[in-house]
Design a protein around this ligand. Structure first.
Ligand SMILES: *[C@@H]1O[C@H](CO)[C@@H](O)[C@H](O)[C@H]1NC(C)=O
Ligand SMILES: *[C@@H]1O[C@H](CO)[C@@H](O)[C@H](O)[C@H]1NC(C)=O
Ligand SMILES: *[C@@H]1O[C@H](CO)[C@@H](O)[C@H](O)[C@H]1NC(C)=O
Length: 359
């Protein structure tokens, strides 16, 4: 996710607080018979990075607040790393609640808005510190714990009907690569990342969160920043092999945690295979024609030194956008479009229904 990092140092814009209010709502709830299963989530707490961030990152630090981000939803840049809705919004929709308010905006939100939970995710972050000076996952959970301890927004009993999303999409690894650490250290580092993730998951459970959804790591070797080397034709299988190691260690960690807690508290959302399924089908289902070339991103810099959203010193744009973001799976070098996320959550629907809502 080197692209994330390079986005981050641009000129500051003013904060138009009023501008984003009403827009961070995300997708409206689509409450589907959850009462049948005895546990109906009413709150979603989110931790992680740009796959989940819905507006925490400051405007001065990120392209996600610049045109053309947000053109599909909410219609202008509002801090999401996509043309529109991201993983948090689709998971919220699935559980039937409004997308939770970003932590950064909590003081500007009405009490009612806070009842849907809170999003602590910051684009560019990891379980360890990355190349961005933003709260790592430990610090994000510290924020959550502080709010719980203060007790004026959420009480412990509120957490009985809560779900958490814990998104670790690879910034620890792009940081490792940027530091030019020897490749031989990679497997050991993967173990450290998963061990730290396990510490974080155990802590969220100890704080009282009832169900915790943990996406597997998506196939990093298929991200446009990598496949640009083959004109978006082929995934890099050696990178995907490292991702598979991460995912198998994660699977073991989650099995161990579920055994420890004697409940199926932790659920893996198999993002890795959901991405591959969508690539193969060119959409959510076999025979779809939604994404003609699923590896080709919608928004790209005009040359390798530019990114989606880049402008030169005169303000001239240095990127091109595809005609229809709905026909692209990827938005930029590392993030799916809203249509991409929709297809991924459509593939994940079965797991979500059987494990998140029942149980
Ligand atoms: C998270 O960030 C804090 C503040 O920078 C740092 O002290 C801490 O060591 C970091 N945690 C991990 C697990 O890297
Ligand atoms: C795949 O990625 C690795 C590591 O970044 C790189 O060394 C290798 O050349 C890439 N392979 C292909 C086929 O692009
Ligand atoms: C589950 O935990 C029990 C102890 O509580 C242990 O005996 C058993 O080996 C564990 N199983 C797995 C698969 O880790």
């Amino acid at each position: 996710m080197d692209s994330l990092i390079k986005f981050f140092f641009c000129l500051s814009l003013f904060l138009f607080i009023s501008l984003i209010f009403g827009e961070i709502n995300g997708v409206e709830g689509s409450n589907q018979n959850h009462h049948l299963y005895g546990f109906r989530p009413t709150k979603l707490f989110v931790f992680g990075d740009s796959y989940a961030d819905t507006g925490n990152i400051r405007k001065s630090l990120s392209n996600s607040w610049k045109f053309p981000y947000g053109i599909t939803f909410p219609g202008k840049p509002a801090g999401r790393f996509s043309d529109g809705r991201v993983a948090t919004d689709f998971l919220a929709k699935f559980v039937g609640i409004k997308s939770p308010i970003p932590y950064f905006w909590k003081d500007y939100a009405g009490k009612k808005r806070l009842l849907h939970g809170m999003n602590f995710a910051y684009g560019g972050t990891g379980v360890f510190n990355t190349q961005v000076p933003l709260p790592n996952m430990t610090t994000q959970i510290d924020f959550f714990q502080k709010i719980l301890t203060a007790g004026d927004i959420y009480s412990t009993s509120d957490l009985i009907s809560s779900v958490a999303l814990v998104s670790v999409a690879g910034n620890d690894y792009s940081t490792f690569i940027a530091q030019n650490r020897p490749a031989s250290e990679f497997p050991g580092f993967i173990k450290q990342v998963v061990d730290q993730t396990e510490v974080n998951l155990r802590r969220l459970h100890a704080l009282g969160v009832k169900k915790i959804a943990v996406p597997s790591l998506q196939p990093l070797g298929c991200l446009p920043g990598i496949t640009v080397a083959s004109s978006f034709q082929r995934c890099n299988e050696s990178q995907n092999a490292l991702v598979k190691l991460h995912n198998s260690l994660l699977q073991q960690a989650v099995a161990k945690l579920n055994n420890e807690t004697k409940q199926s508290t932790f659920i893996i959302l198999d993002l890795y295979n959901a991405f591959l399924t969508v690539f193969k089908n060119k959409g959510a289902n076999p025979g779809s024609t939604t994404f003609q070339n699923p590896l080709k991103p919608c928004c790209v810099g005009v040359s390798s030194e530019y990114r989606c959203g880049s402008v030169d010193e005169k303000g001239v744009k240095k990127y091109v956008i595809c005609d229809d973001p709905k026909s692209a799976f990827f938005w930029d070098r590392s993030h799916p479009t809203e249509a991409g996320w929709r297809s991924v959550y459509s593939v994940l629907r079965e797991t979500l229904t059987s494990s998140l809502i029942k149980a």
